[in-house]
Design a protein around this ligand. Structure first.
Ligand SMILES: Nc1ncnc2c1ncn2[C@@H]1O[C@H](COP(=O)(O)OP(=O)(O)OP(=O)(O)O)[C@@H](O)[C@H]1O
Length: 614
């Protein structure tokens, strides 16, 4: 990284100096999963120190417990965890800690349809707050892009970025509010050696600006190892080494382990941690007191970049200030931007994302037109002919099925992916869950209205339904409600399940409702103990409302293209379906209740999911 960029980095960190440097220490961290006989102890009373101003690598063989430890330290995992985490010697308050830290996961969960500039813009608005002027925000964005080497990608869609660029973007968007601690889970996985070096050099620069930067790393080269200030090595859920890279080999020598010539020290220590050099792990763990001490070989000069909070006085004069700043932060438990700003930024961002999503817009729009024409041709001009009145009722019923499935499925296949972005951003304190959910609902509503309307206009006129604005509006109202309820089902299912399960669950969830709509079976012939199910079927309200819209309200007798038509009188036809005395208003209320219940249920399920992410 050149000097100019280093200077820019410093500028960025001092501009948004809301977070004081934080040293994180953890004590006796245990992590247990499972219950009863299946209890598994993953981490065993681990201790450690992560200093500000330093870049720490957590190393260990696969399954050693690196990610578990990182998730616990980042506050993303809380269930089954025991032990203490302190910040500058004071016990951590998780709610405040979320504002002081950022967690960058291994997989970059980003909104693929946005450009780098748009994503940065939204992040800057949400993280910097309304107190920072537009000009300042713009200059911050330019600064972060320049620092991360993303300036040339400002107008590139995220889906087209390389792995390294995605990783840099994931890091960059977390830098706006200058988090005191950055956690990164395998930031170099999937990167080539040059991108890996660039990424680690960037993290080192970030650490140099006073932040505590911690990253889990898989199999670093010996050259990469030297970029870290501190190593924390995990084996079978315990710490076997903590200290600078230069002291690692001398420490291993204390238990008679000598790295063979021409062997990468990282590979050697991973082999040791995997047990390939005998049963030395208990000795190594007790030698380092399971992370309670930091090993420094006396023959090696002390670290060039001691902690900003270290006892040796580098920044000791900042301590009173620090305490004051920490207090101020503790008092400021809200997000950087007020609720309405969060909603408006998220609404704009979600709109752009939906608009560019082919599946959600173009394909869906085209499908509505094509199926409208298809249904129109299939049921051509049956609307006013009593000879085909059952076909017309079938058409009204299949309308609802089409609308439900075309609103459920796009939500079901996109929401579980979006949920991952939401969890990362929400837990990194960008916005509240309520703001996200409201923006998501508002952004989707125009599509849930426009698509069914376009579809219904085509079908209504091609199938020869009565030319009455009142009847058309009533049928449209039922169609739109059905679409909105369908989207609600998508949200409920998508909030809980992953894509594969959700794609199966959503239609399965809808089928019982289809049965009790009154089309396949008359209400009177449903066994009394199952009758209540007709009242919880939103299809019943949708279908009954559609039938009333077309056949009730004193509709005159229909034409008859055959010598005799049994159902010439619409009222008689409604009687056949047990709907002669039904009320359209009750159908509207039924749909309204469903609309609200599904959305509220979706919110609480999402909240539950986010809370139990660990
Ligand atoms: N919820 C869970 N249920 C059962 N076992 C679990 C659970 N979470 C983690 N483990 C186990 O705990 C151990 C440590 O997992 P962790 O993901 O922390 O390892 P890791 O060091 O990050 O591995 P890798 O480098 O392969 O990602 C593994 O053996 C894993 O199977």
């Amino acid at each position: 990284m050149d000097v100019a960029v280093k200077l820019e980095m410093c500028r960025l960190t001092t501009q948004n100096q809301t977070n004081v440097p934080l040293d994180l220490t953890f004590h006796d961290i245990c992590y247990t999963v499972g219950k009863g006989k299946n209890v598994k102890n993953i981490l065993h009373q681990m201790n450690g120190t992560l200093k500000s101003g330093q870049l720490t690598a957590i190393l260990g063989p696969s399954g050693a417990g690196k990610s578990s430890l990182m998730n616990i330290l980042a506050g993303f995992k809380t269930i089954g965890v025991d032990g203490r985490v302190n910040l500058n010697g004071v016990e951590r308050n998780l709610k405040i800690f979320r504002k002081q830290s950022a967690y960058i996961e291994q997989y970059d969960h980003l909104l693929q349809n946005l450009t780098v500039g748009e994503y940065m813009n939204a992040a800057a608005h949400l993280k910097l707050g309304n107190g920072v002027s537009q000009v300042e925000k713009k200059s911050n964005i330019e600064l972060v892009m320049k620092t991360l080497g993303l300036s040339n990608n400002e107008h590139t869609r995220i889906s087209r970025l390389s792995g390294g660029e995605c990783k840099r973007l994931s890091i960059g968007v977390e830098l706006f509010d200058n988090p005191a601690i950055l956690f990164l889970d395998e930031p170099t996985s999937g990167l080539d050696s040059s991108s890996t070096l660039q990424c680690v050099a960037l993290l080192r620069e970030i650490a140099r600006s006073g932040r505590t930067v911690v990253a889990t790393i898989h199999q670093p080269s010996s050259r990469l190892l030297d970029h870290f200030d501190n190593l924390y090595i995990v084996a079978s859920g315990s710490c076997i080494y903590q200290g600078p890279p230069g002291s690692l080999m001398p420490y291993l020598k204390t238990v008679n382990l000598n790295c063979p010539s021409y062997t990468n020290p990282a590979d050697f220590v991973l082999d040791v941690a995997s047990g390939e050099y005998g049963d030395v792990l208990p000795q190594l763990t007790s030698g380092i007191k399971n992370g309670r001490i930091i090993y420094e070989d006396p023959s090696i000069s002390p670290l060039a970049t001691p902690s900003h909070n270290s006892q040796d006085g580098v920044c000791e004069d900042e301590n009173e200030d620090d305490v004051e700043k920490m207090k101020n932060r503790e008092n400021r438990l809200t997000y950087a931007t007020p609720f309405h700003t969060q909603v408006s930024v998220l609404l704009e961002r979600t709109w752009r994302s939906i608009w560019r999503e082919k599946m959600l817009t173009q394909v869906r729009f085209t499908t509505h037109i094509l199926f409208g024409i298809f249904f129109g041709l299939l049921y051509q001009a049956v609307g006013n002919d009593a000879a085909f009145i059952l076909n017309n009722a079938g058409m009204l019923y299949f309308n609802l099925i089409f609308i439900v499935f075309t609103s459920v499925m796009p939500t079901v296949v996109t929401f579980p992916l979006e949920r991952k972005v939401l969890i990362r951003e929400h837990l990194n304190n960008w916005y509240s869950l309520k703001a996200y959910y409201l923006a998501k609902l508002l952004a989707d509503i125009p599509f849930q209205i426009i698509f069914p309307t376009v579809y219904l206009v085509i079908v209504y006129f091609m199938t020869g339904q009565p030319l009455s604005l009142q009847r058309f509006s009533m049928l449209l109202c039922m169609t739109i409600f059905t679409s909105l309820v369908g989207q609600g089902i998508g949200l409920v299912v998508g909030a809980v399940f992953d894509i594969q399960s959700a794609a199966f669950m959503a239609p399965t969830f809808a089928i019982p409702f289809l049965l009790f709509a009154g089309f396949f079976i008359n209400f009177k012939s449903i066994p009394s103990y199952m009758n209540w199910m007709t009242y919880v079927s939103f299809f019943r309200y949708g279908f009954e409302g559609s039938m009333l819209a077309i056949y009730d309200y004193d509709r005159p007798p229909l034409d008859c293209s055959e010598p005799y038509c049994y159902f010439r009188f619409p009222q008689k036809f409604l009687e056949k379906f047990d709907m002669a005395h039904s009320s359209y208003s009750i159908c509207v209320v039924g749909m309204l209740v469903y609309f609200v219940v599904m959305r509220v249920a979706g919110y609480f399920l999402l909240r539950f999911k986010v809370k139990n992410v660990g």
